[in-house]
Design a protein around this ligand. Sequence first.
Ligand code: APR
Ligand code: PHB
Length: 403
Amino acid sequence: MSTTTPTAIPTRTQVAIIGAGPAGLLLGQLLYKAGIDAVIIERQSGDYVLGRIRAGVIEQTTADALDAAGVGSRMHSEGLPHDGVELCVDGQRHRIDLAALTGGKHVTVYGQTEVTRDLMEARATEGLLTVYEAQGVSVHDFAGTQPRVRFTHGSVAREIACDYIAGCDGFHGVCRASVPAGALRTFEKVYPFGWLGLLADVPPVSDELIYVRSPRGFALCSMRSKTRSRYYLQCSLDHKVEQWSDAAFWEELRLRLDPQACDELVTGPSIEKSIAPLRSFVTEPMRFGSLFLAGDAAHIVPPTGAKGLNLAAADVTYLAAALADHYNGHDDEGLSRYSERALARVWKAERFSWWFTSLMHRFPDNAGFGERMQEAELAYLFGSQAAQAALAENYVGLPMVLH
Ligand code: APR
Ligand code: PHB
C-alpha cells in the first residue's frame, strides 16, 4: 500500500497530521476537499496499519463524514445496514429495534479495515503524501504559531514546518506525550478484564449483532460481511492469546450463547485472534497552542458499543470544518471551540460505552449488590420503551452540533 518517495517530502505544509489511522486519514481527505494542504506522517507501514483488526459499526454521522470525504461508495455498496441489535441475557434474547426507536435511523456494519483501505486508496489516487515508516517522529514549537515536525525517513533526517499539527497518533502516540506536564488533565478507568477476539470466514450466527451477558462472562457475535464473522469473549487480563486454541474459543462461546445461537453457530479456522484490554480515557483540553488532538490520541472508549472509530470521525469533522473556516478567512471560532465541541460529544459517548460495558460484563468483585444492580437495570431496560430508546439513540450515534 502507498509507499513514499523520500525526495517528495516537502519542508512546509499547512497541516502536519501525525498518524495514518482512521482519524489521520479521514482528516487528510476532508482537508484535501477543503483545499488545505496536509502531509500525513505515520511510523508504521501501510500494510501494518491495515493489519490491525478493529470494530466495524458505522454511525450515520460517520457515514456522512466518509461521504463528504468522497470515500463512501464501497461502504454503501458492501456495508450491511442494521436496523436492530440483540441483547442476550442468561440465555434469552431481546431485540432492540434501533430504527423504530430512533425514527428510522440505523448503523452500517462495515469493517474499520475497509474504511482505512478506502481512505488510503483515495489518498493514493489523488497523489497526496503519506510518509509511512517515519522513525523518531517528534513535534516542536507548537505552543506558538510556527510548529515543526521532525523525523527520519530512509535514514534521511527531515523537518516539516507547518501552521498546525493534528495529533492523530493514537493512545500511545507522541503528540499528547509532548504537551508540557500539567497542561492537560486526564481521566481514566481501566476495566478488570479484556476481550479475546476471533475473526473467521464463516457466516454470522445471526443477521444482527448479539451482545451476550452470561454467568461465564460477556460475549459478542459480530460480523464483517455475510461470509466473515467476528466474535469476542470476555477474558481475564492475564490470559495469553496462545492459550486459546480455536477449538477452546468456539467451545467457550457456545457455553455463553442461547440454544438457538448454539444450533446456528458455524465454526471454522481463525484468520486472526487477539486480546485487547478495556479502558475509558479522556484528555482535557484536546488542544494545546497549534497542536490539536483527535481520535484515540485524545480519548479511548471500551469497545462495547463500538464508539472508537465514530468518535474519531466526529473529532476530525469538527477539526476540518474549523481549519476550513480559518483558511477561508471566515473566522477562528471553530478552532477556539474545537476542544469544547469535541469533548461535549466525547463525554456522552464515554458515558454510554461505560454504561453498556458495566451492564453486560461479569466483574470479578461484583457478587452481591453490584450483580443485583445489573439485573435490575436489565429488567428495567427490557420492560421500558423509554430505556430502550435511550440505548438506541446512543447506539446509532448522537447528533453532531457544528454551530
Ligand atoms: N509517529 C507517527 N505515527 C504514530 C506515532 C508516532 N510517534 N505513534 C502512533 N502512530 C500511528 C499509529 O501507528 C497508528 O497508525 O498513529 C496511528 C493511530 O491510529 P489509531 O490507533 O487507529 O487511532 P485513530 O486513528 O485515532 O483511530 C480511532 O479507530 O483504530 C481505531 O481503536 C481506534 O477505534 C479507534 C479509532
Ligand atoms: C466488531 O465487529 O469488531 C465490534 C462490533 C461491535 C462492538 C465492538 C466490536 O461493540
